[in-house]
Design a protein around this ligand. Structure first.
Ligand code: ATP
Ligand code: MG
Length: 667
């Protein structure tokens, strides 16, 4: 408590009633939430069960939980510090029966969703060539974020996509329900619906969560907003913190008005401002302030730091993306060597995930450990999804998308035609697909050999499901994969043995992951494991324990929110990249892109490097690039042209570089 400044302490102590903390980056908002939880537990003797803290990412939730655990010890046991989605899942697992689902529902990933959508489109005679399924999923997601159900959706009559969506959306929801599954956006929408429609359930959760805190409140969407409002209605002890300058998810339905109107929602609400930044040097803060000042609509904030001027901001202007990556890597090696720093002090932040490739290649070449946050993730890889689909079917045979994934993996001669007839028959007779497999003998138009294969698969899975015990999950799954001869299948289907090995290693990792989960979680269940996989969003690769905590972080600006690093490389500061091309077209003032740039700059604690390229390759051809408008908004005196690095300011750099390379060569 002593460490906090006066307004921070006021915020910690103001536990009863509504509280809004609207303050700039690095001013200690998250710190206040953490300290406040500890204060509630230790000084106010509030039970951990009665406290709820919601953050934006799993990583942030994990970190906050760890910190609270360190400070409050056993008193923090059972506390819920989670993302919106984990909170929703928790509510639904207990109460979803009231909406006609079974509590062991599956949570579908985007590729599962795509499968269900395609089926719904087929049944509604919508041609995927005429109407892009991805766009439709995007549309449906937007509707769900605004809590618009199929019955409530009023399509615009001149909009083809909307009309098609109006036809498909109801069927899509029906199919999901039939599979006892929900999609990611349903998690929040159904939680809200549950609380709105059932006063007993609402009462239970309101009584449970007497003290509620929400971080990054500026990026809540309509459904998340309502979820929190419902929960807080009874006790009114709600503390939200955020920064309107860091609202960067407008494109996904976030409504910055939620934080700006908070005072109207909770009359008598206490508003506290924090103005001291504890994260960055004043050079970094000045740059950030100079950029964000150019946004037309914002609440003015005075942010200052006692941290001192610090180093200037290095600017790298590279010929192309390869050189950009090389110079960023060189700079990191030099800094790391000079300061004897852990690699985890460094982060490369970019606007779009595709930019990571060049940096990944360069870092790999230099043998610098790194983790990529976002992009193709472990649990999105095909063979991993196939393996996990087995677990899903064991957990919930009604999960038809997973059933369809494994029915012919490993190949057992069950073709598309057979699947089509199975599907049609199960629909026509209103029989779950898994049951239809067992009654394949009754279905016409399927060859005898296919019937045999389907019957054998059904018998095997029935036996596996019935015999699946509650303990030794990892060992049981390993035995199943051996029995399925998945390794042989991968060697057979992939001509390239090294490719096959990589995939086999991935499958092995699935078993490892389950075994580790089981070892670490009391009363671990398959459901809980699968749920964890479903919830691991963009940050999965952080779990990559391979190089544990000592690795450079590569991530998109969007996923960097709330985090901080000693050395930040903000790369690709070019027009049409940051600001992004699509955003320039949609909003010429580029306000949200500017906030993204502000978020990036303010992640840096000690040192910021900005880079841009003069040219870049696009589908193989070379394109000229213009410097980002945001670069011009940073006062020139803060920037140091890093191309003059050789003439070191203190005569030190050249020697250090020589020493560094000597070390690299093992001399
Ligand atoms: P963002 O807007 O980026 O989420 P924030 O407002 O949540 O930032 P924090 O992450 O809570 O800011 O704090 C930024 C840094 O300042 C952290 O390293 C935190 O430990 C430190 N800090 C916060 N308050 C104080 C304080 N009173 N004294 C010293 N350090 C502090
Ligand atoms: Mg924060």
């Amino acid at each position: 408590m002593k460490r906090l400044n006066t307004p921070q302490q006021q915020a910690v102590n103001h536990t009863e009633g509504a509280l809004l903390l609207l303050a700039g980056a690095g001013s200690g908002k998250t710190q206040v939430i953490t300290t406040r939880i500890v204060h509630l537990l230790k000084d106010k003797r509030i039970s951990a069960d009665n406290i709820l803290a919601v953050t934006f990412t799993n990583k942030a939730a994990r970190e906050m939980k760890e910190r609270v655990g360190t400070m409050a010890g056993r008193m923090a046991d059972g506390i819920i510090i989670s993302t919106f989605h984990s909170l929703g899942v928790r509510i639904l697992r207990r109460d979803i029966r009231a909406l006609g689902f079974k509590p062991n529902f599956s949570i579908y990933s985007s590729s599962d969703q795509a499968g269900v959508l395609r089926q719904a489109m087929r049944e509604r005679d919508i041609d995927p060539k005429q109407c892009d399924p991805d766009l439709m999923l995007w549309k449906i997601s937007g509707l769900k974020n605004r809590l618009i159900s199929p019955a409530e959706f009023k399509p615009a009559h001149d909009d083809k996509l909307e009309l098609a969506t109006a036809a498909v959306y109801p069927r899509y929801q029906e199919l999901l329900k039939g599979f006892n599954a929900i999609d990611f956006d349903d998690i929040i929408m159904l939680s809200v619906r549950l609380l709105q429609s059932n006063t007993a359930i609402l009462g239970h959760w309101q009584e449970r969560f007497r003290y509620i805190m929400v971080d990054e409140y500026q990026d809540t969407n309509a459904s998340q907003y309502l979820l929190i409002s419902l929960l807080a209605q009874k006790h009114g002890n709600i503390c939200v913190v955020g920064d309107d300058d860091q609202s960067i998810y407008g494109w996904r339905g976030a409504e910055v008005q939620n934080i700006l109107n908070f005072g109207d929602d909770y009359p008598g609400c206490r508003v506290i401002k924090l103005e001291q930044n504890y994260r960055s040097t004043s050079s970094i803060l000045d740059a950030a302030n100079s950029v964000i000042r150019n946004n037309p609509i914002r609440t003015d904030k005075a942010l200052w730091t006692a941290g001192g001027q610090g180093r200037g901001i290095d600017l790298i202007v590279a010929a192309d993306e390869e050189e950009e990556a090389a110079r960023v890597a060189d700079s990191m090696m030099l800094e790391q060597f000079r300061g004897k720093l852990p690699w985890s002090d460094f982060a490369v932040l970019y606007r779009s995930n595709a930019q990571s490739r060049a940096f990944e290649e360069k870092l790999r070449l230099e043998r610098i450990p790194y983790i990529v946050v976002g992009g193709q993730q472990f649990y999105e890889r095909k063979e991993v999804k196939d393996a996990v689909a087995y677990l899903r079917v064991i957990d919930n045979p009604g999960d038809e998308a997973s059933l369809l994934r494994i029915i012919n993996f490993p190949r057992r001669g069950i073709g598309d035609n057979t699947l089509l007839h199975l599907n049609q028959w199960s629909l026509a007779h209103n029989v779950p697909l898994f049951e239809a497999l067992g009654r394949v003998a009754e279905i016409a138009d399927i060859s005898e050999s296919s019937k045999k294969a389907v019957g054998a698969f059904h018998r095997m899975m029935t036996e596996v499901i019935a015999g699946f015990g509650r303990t030794d999950l990892g060992a049981q799954v390993n035995a199943l994969f051996n029995r399925l001869r998945i390794e042989d299948e991968l060697y057979r289907t992939l001509n390239d043995a090294s490719q096959a090995r990589k995939r086999i290693e991935n499958i092995e990792q699935v078993v490892n992951s389950l075994a580790i989960f089981e070892a670490q979680t009391p009363r671990a269940t398959l459901s809980a494991f699968l749920e964890r996989i479903s919830l691991m969003d963009e940050e999965k690769s952080e779990d990559d324990k391979e190089h544990g905590h000592n690795a450079v972080t590569l991530m998109s600006l969007h996923s960097s929110k709330g985090l901080e690093f000693n050395h930040v490389y903000l790369v690709g500061l070019e027009e049409e990249l940051l600001p992004h091309k699509r955003s320039i077209e949609e909003d010429p003032s580029c306000a949200e892109e500017r906030r993204l740039c502000y978020v990036g700059i303010t992640r840096a604690r000690q040192h910021l490097t900005i880079s841009r390229c003069r040219t870049r390759r696009k589908y193989g051809t070379i394109e000229e690039r213009k410097p980002s408008r945001f670069l011009a908004e940073i006062p020139e005196h803060l920037l140091i042209d890093a191309s003059t690095n050789g003439e070191a300011k203190d005569g030190e750099t050249v020697d250090m570089a020589a020493a560094f390379f000597a070390q690299m060569l093992g001399e």
